[in-house]
Design a binder for this molecule. Structure first.
Ligand code: PAZ
Length: 313
């Protein structure tokens, strides 16, 4: 096929854009180490458990914000607001529901079981006893004890393209829960200044390219049988549900979770082809509890619906 006919076809030209995106990006650090760890994790969690058939489900949770570097030797970057609270709270709920979880996040993102830890500076939570041992201050002891206990209980029970492909063999038992706030814009590697941009050069004019949306590639090529949930965040409530419905169709998602910036911890709406379900937080609870309960039910229906197909899981 000639390059001009590739560009005439929107699908072909999108795939070229995706290829370029990966080919021009710097290589993932420790690629083979991460790949090995991932394989080991999936193998351990796919062990046969019922009539020789593996029943364990694995979910990949993406969580927190992403940055856009403005220089190759990065001094400055564009960031976003996301704390990773949604991803961390959801991970706790998925673990409680018996899932194995791959938690994909950048450094500094809120971690499961750490949400309830005191905000006090680390050194203020501890005190030295007799000059030799260290203990948690009385005021923070209960919160720290609870976080440690929950974390250990979870352990005992039990980079998107790589994870997508690695989870492919799991078929419909794999779930993607894409709660991270991924930047829609970036500066391609080859257009980045190598060194720190100098303010002496005057005002900064910079053009950001659009990040190709990987959701449709995930659905079509990387993990076609997996159950896929994406998120839609808006600040304008008038366009939120419309945008979520458009994303559902455009990227062929199984559900889109719509949320508004200011009320995201209180209320979300799950948009599917069967309709919209609004979920509100009960007093003293996280909105993620009823949300994950609903998504686990929908995932079960998805697995049932795939029985008897080629995958036969
Ligand atoms: O990370 P957080 O708890 O502060 O916020 C969660 C969220 C709003 C980033 C998430 O629910 C979400 O909507 N993620 C997708 C954002 C987007 O539209 O790209």
């Amino acid at each position: 096929m000639s390059s001009s006919s590739r560009l005439d076809d929107p699908e072909e030209s999108f795939m070229t854009e995706v290829e370029n995106f990966f080919n021009t990006a710097p290589p993932l650090k420790d690629h083979s180490v991460i790949e090995e760890k991932l394989k080991g994790f999936i193998e351990r969690n796919s062990h046969a458990s019922e009539n020789g058939v593996s029943m364990k489900r694995i979910v990949c949770v993406t969580s927190g914000g992403t940055t856009v570097p403005l220089e190759q030797r990065c001094v400055r970057y564009i960031d976003n607001f996301s704390s990773g609270h949604r991803g961390a709270a959801s991970t706790e709920c998925f673990l409680k529901a018996g899932y194995a979880v791959i938690y994909l996040h950048r450094r500094g993102t809120c971690q499961p079981y750490c949400r309830s830890l005191p905000d006090d500076p680390l050194l203020e939570c501890f005190e030295s006893v007799n000059g030799s041992s260290v203990q948690v201050q009385q005021a923070q002891a209960e919160a720290v004890r609870k976080a440690i206990a929950n974390h250990h209980a979870a352990l005992q029970q039990g980079l998107l393209q790589m994870i997508g492909v690695a989870l492919r063999d799991l078929g419909s038992r794999a779930m993607f829960y894409l709660a991270a706030a991924v930047s829609d814009f970036y500066v391609p590697w080859e257009s980045l200044a190598e060194h720190k941009i100098q303010s002496s050069a005057g005002p900064l004019d910079m053009r950001l390219a659009q990040v190709p949306k990987m959701l449709s590639v995930l659905r079509k090529d990387w993990a076609p049988l997996a159950f896929c949930i994406s998120f839609k965040l808006e600040t304008d409530s008038h366009i939120l549900l419309e945008k979520a419905s458009t994303a559902l169709k455009k990227y062929n998602m199984h559900a889109v979770v719509a949320n508004e910036l200011v009320t995201r911890k209180e209320e979300v709406t799950v948009v599917t082809t069967h309709g919209k379900i609004c979920i509100r937080r009960e007093a003293g609870d996280d909105v993620e509890n009823p949300l994950i309960e609903l998504l686990v039910q929908k995932h079960t229906a998805h697995i049932e619906g795939n029985k008897g197909t080629m995958e036969g899981q």
